[in-house]
Design a protein around this ligand. Structure first.
Ligand SMILES: NC(=O)c1ccc[n+]([C@@H]2O[C@H](COP(=O)([O-])OP(=O)(O)OC[C@H]3O[C@@H](n4cnc5c(N)ncnc54)[C@H](OP(=O)(O)O)[C@@H]3O)[C@@H](O)[C@H]2O)c1
Length: 230
């Protein structure tokens, strides 16, 4: 197998396992202390990946927030924030979205072959559009990111992307934050959808850490032999 980045999946979910509410309204699952923890994790990565639906629905900036962390990265010869990466089949992304419009880090869009021309027309001025194949597999994308110098990748959702990384056995570590409330609406997006996961009742994942962060809890799972506790 070709090299791939050390890959850390990060997400927050409700007690009943939802990533978001059923409406378009953005839902805050985290709290200030946990957002600061996530900021530190981001600052230690080379690239942050989210799916196109997350770019459209949440309009995230995906930047390192703390000035001290930005300064520390710059002192190491890096940009203040990691590279941003997204993946799309439809190529219907807004070049003015915060993903593209904020920060001076490199932005990559992996697109299925059939829509690469459309994606370059729309996003070519604000991002590097890469032909991700047809179908577009996370394994191939991971290997390409590795070839571009990404050694540590943070995947911040949503569920469709998490599902593919997990079922393809491409995740080394999972940070799962549980918020203290229920969504109670099955129209909402779950953390993962159906699939054959390498961890099941016969092969349990390793729970590496449990940390209370104010009113949420961080569950940290080691998912590969590459896992390292920092
Ligand atoms: N709680 C959290 O921590 C957290 C974190 C992130 C997101 N979220 C929530 O999760 C929701 C979105 O999750 P989601 O599961 O619906 O979507 P998602 O994983 O963010 O994105 C799915 C989209 O990514 C593209 N995509 C994914 N895999 C692909 C592949 N193999 N080939 C081509 N394109 C691919 C497709 O884009 P196109 O449609 O453009 O083809 C697909 O529709 C948002 O509402 C957000 O609020 C929550």
């Amino acid at each position: 197998m070709a090299d791939r980045p050390y890959t850390l999946l990060s997400c927050g979910m409700s007690i009943d396992g939802y990533l978001a509410g059923a409406t378009e309204k953005r839902l805050l699952l985290s709290n200030d202390a946990d957002l600061d923890r996530v900021d530190a994790v981001r600052a230690a990565c080379d690239a942050i990946l989210v799916g196109a639906s997350t770019v459209r629905n949440d309009n995230p900036r995906l930047l390192v927030r703390a000035q001290a962390r930005q300064d520390e990265r710059v002192a190491r010869g890096l940009r203040p924030s990691p590279m941003k990466v997204t993946v799309t089949g439809r190529a219907e992304l807004d070049p003015c979205a915060n993903f593209f419009a904020t920060g001076d880090s490199e932005k990559l869009v992996y697109c299925v072959s059939a829509r690469v021309a459309q994606a370059r027309d729309r996003l070519g001025k604000v991002a590097t559009v890469i032909d991700g194949g047809q179908p577009l597999h996370m394994q191939r994308m991971s290997e390409d990111l590795c070839a571009r110098g990404v050694q540590r990748l943070m995947v911040e959702g949503g569920g469709m992307v998490h599902t593919q990384f997990l079922t393809a056995g491409l995740a080394d570590e999972l940070h799962l934050v549980v918020a203290p409330f229920f969504i109670g609406d099955s129209r909402a997006r779950r953390f993962v959808s159906d699939g054959l996961f390498p961890w099941n009742p016969d092969r349990r994942a390793t729970l590496a850490e449990v940390r209370r962060i104010d009113d949420v809890v961080l569950l940290r799972y080691a998912l590969s032999a590459r896992f390292r506790m920092d």
